[in-house]
Design a protein around this ligand. Structure first.
Ligand SMILES: Cc1cc2nc3c(=O)[nH]c(=O)nc-3n(C[C@H](O)[C@H](O)[C@H](O)COP(=O)(O)OP(=O)(O)OC[C@H]3O[C@@H](n4cnc5c(N)ncnc54)[C@H](O)[C@@H]3O)c2cc1C
Length: 396
C-alpha cells in the first residue's frame, strides 16, 4: 500500500458521503488515498435507504462532488431523494470514478489506531509523536487482520451503528440489555420486507426526533391497513405536538414529516395511544412477548407488547481511538471544539463559523469529520461537513 515517496498517505475511515468528499480533497492535495469501509459503499445510509432526506439534493452535494460526477446525469437540485436514491445517484458513481475505484476497500473494518510504537501515553503533545506514522489495524469480513500505515487519518465512520439506550437519562432500562436482540433501533421499512413482522402486533415506539416522526407516520399507515395493529408511542416531552417544528421551516420535507407526526399525536386513531412524559423503566420477556414498565407522568404503567422500536438517537463509537491522544467532549462525545461552537445552536441550518482550531482533536493529523464529529448532537447536515473540510484542509 501507499508507496510513492514524499506523498502524504491519507486514510479515510468510512465510505459514506463525507468519506468521498474527503477523498476528493485529499487527492487534490496530492495525497495517496485509501478508504476503509466496514460494509458496502454507503453502508449506514443503506440502513435508511427507504427514508427521504429532508434537505433537497442541491444542498446535499458539494461543487467538488458535482464536478467529479460531471459525466453523470444528476437529479435536479430541488429533488428530495431517499437514502437509496442518493446512493445510486452519488455514492455508487463516486466509487466507480477511476481516481477512487482502486482506493476503496469494502468489508474492511478499522479496529484500532495508534502511532507506530506509541500508544496514548507515548510522548503526548511532543513533536516527536507527530513524526511517527499512524498504524491502523483492520479486519475483513472473514476475520483476517492487517496493519496499515498512514500520515493523515480521517475518521468519518458515522454514528448510525451505535444507538443510544432507550431507558431514561441515557442509561439502559432494567432488562433492556438482556432484551437487546428484540429491540429494533433502525428506521423501519414498512413498504418493504419488514411490513409483515408488524401486522396485527402490539408495538411500542419510543422517541420524538425526526426518525421517530418517520416511524409513527409509517406505523399509522400500517395500523390503517391492518386494523388489529396496536401502537403505543412513548415520548419524553409533555408537548401536545411532540416533534419540534421549526417556524416557517425552509425545509418543507422536514416540516411535512413533523406536521404529519404531530397530527397523529394530537388526534390519534383508536389503535394508537400516545404516552406523554413517558420513560422506559424496565423491560422483560414474558413467553413470546415483552412487558414494558413505563413511568408516565408520576404513575407507573405496565404494557404487554410484541415489538419495540426505540429511536432515541445515536452516539459515536470511540473504542478504536483509545490509543490516540485525541480528546472528545465529555458531553456530546464529539469533537471538543465543535461541541463548544454548537452549544445553544438549535437550528441545524444556522450558519456557524467553524474555525480550523475547533476541529483539532489533540492528535496531530488525526481528524473526525462528518456526523461522527457532532457526537450525540443530532444537528449534522452534509453541508456543515463540507464547511468542516474547508477548515481542516486550510491547515494542511
Ligand atoms: C434518517 C436520516 C436522515 C437524514 N437526512 C439528512 C438530510 O436530509 N440532510 C442532511 O444534510 N443530512 C441528513 N442526515 C444526516 C447525515 O447527513 C447522514 O447521516 C450522512 O449519512 C452522514 O454522512 P457521514 O459520511 O458522516 O457518515 P455515514 O453516512 O454514517 O458513513 C459512515 C460510514 O463508515 C462506515 N464505518 C463505520 N465504522 C467503521 C469502521 N470501524 N471501519 C470502517 N468503516 C466504518 C459505515 O459503514 C458507513 O458507511 C440524515 C441522517 C439520517 C439517519
Amino acid at each position: 500500500m501507499l508507496t510513492t515517496p514524499n506523498k502524504k498517505r491519507a486514510v479515510i475511515i468510512g465510505a459514506g458521503p463525507m468519506g468521498f468528499e474527503t477523498a476528493l480533497r485529499a487527492l487534490d492535495r496530492g495525497c495517496e488515498v485509501t478508504i476503509f469501509e466496514a460494509g458496502r459503499i454507503g453502508e449506514n445510509m443503506r440502513q435508511w435507504q427507504h427514508v427521504r432526506f429532508f434537505s433537497p439534493f442541491g444542498m446535499n452535494i458539494s461543487p467538488r462532488v458535482r464536478q467529479a460526477l460531471s459525466g453523470n446525469t444528476l437529479p435536479a437540485d430541488d429533488t428530495i431523494l431517499t437514502g437509496g436514491e442518493f446512493i445510486e445517484a452519488v455514492l455508487e458513481p463516486m466509487a466507480r470514478l477511476p481516481q477512487l475505484e482502486e482506493k476503496i476497500h469494502c468489508g474492511q473494518r478499522v479496529v484500532s489506531i495508534a502511532r507506530a510504537g506509541l500508544g496514548k501515553m507515548g510522548l503526548p503533545n511532543h513533536p516527536l509523536r507527530t513524526e511517527r506514522p499512524f498504524r491502523i489495524l483492520t479486519e475483513d469480513t472473514e476475520g483476517r487482520e492487517k496493519i496499515w500505515e498512514a500520515d493523515l487519518v480521517f475518521d468519518i465512520s458515522g454514528v448510525y451503528g451505535q444507538p443510544n439506550w432507550a431507558g431514561t437519562a441515557g442509561m439502559p432500562a432494567c432488562g433492556e440489555r438482556h432484551s437487546n436482540q428484540r429491540i429494533v433501533r433502525h428506521l423501519l421499512d414498512f413498504d418493504g420486507s419488514e411490513f409483515k413482522r408488524y401486522v396485527g402486533k402490539r408495538i411500542l415506539l419510543i422517541g420524538h426526533g425526526h426518525s421517530a416522526a418517520n416511524a409513527i407516520v409509517a406505523l399509522n399507515n400500517l395500523s390503517q391497513q391492518a386494523p388489529g395493529t396496536q401502537i403505543f408511542w412513548a415520548v419524553r416531552t409533555d408537548r401536545t405536538k411532540p416533534i419540534l417544528e421549526v417556524p416557517d421551516d425552509p425545509l418543507p420535507e422536514r416540516a411535512k414529516i413533523a406536521n404529519a407526526a404531530n397530527e397523529i399525536a394530537q388526534k390519534p386513531t383508536p389503535n394508537i395511544r400516545i404516552l406523554r412524559r413517558a420513560s422506559l423503566e424496565a423491560l422483560w420477556d414474558v413467553n413470546s412477548c415483552l412487558k414494558a414498565r413505563l413511568k408516565v407522568w408520576r404513575n407507573f404503567e405496565e404494557i404487554e407488547i410484541d415489538e419495540i422500536v426505540a429511536l432515541t438517537g445515536y452516539r459515536p463509537n470511540l473504542d478504536m481511538l483509545r490509543e490516540l491522544t485525541a480528546e472528545f467532549s465529555g458531553i456530546s462525545e464529539g469533537v471538543n471544539g465543535l461541541y463548544r461552537a454548537l452549544t445553544n445552536i438549535t437550528d441545524c441550518l444556522a450558519k456557524i463559523d467553524i474555525k480550523p482550531q475547533a476541529l483539532q482533536t489533540g492528535e496531530q493529523n488525526f481528524f473526525v469529520v462528518g456526523i461522527k464529529s457532532y457526537g450525540r448532537n443530532s444537528g449534522f447536515l452534509l453541508q456543515s461537513g463540507v464547511d468542516q473540510l474547508e477548515a481542516i484542509f486550510s491547515t494542511l
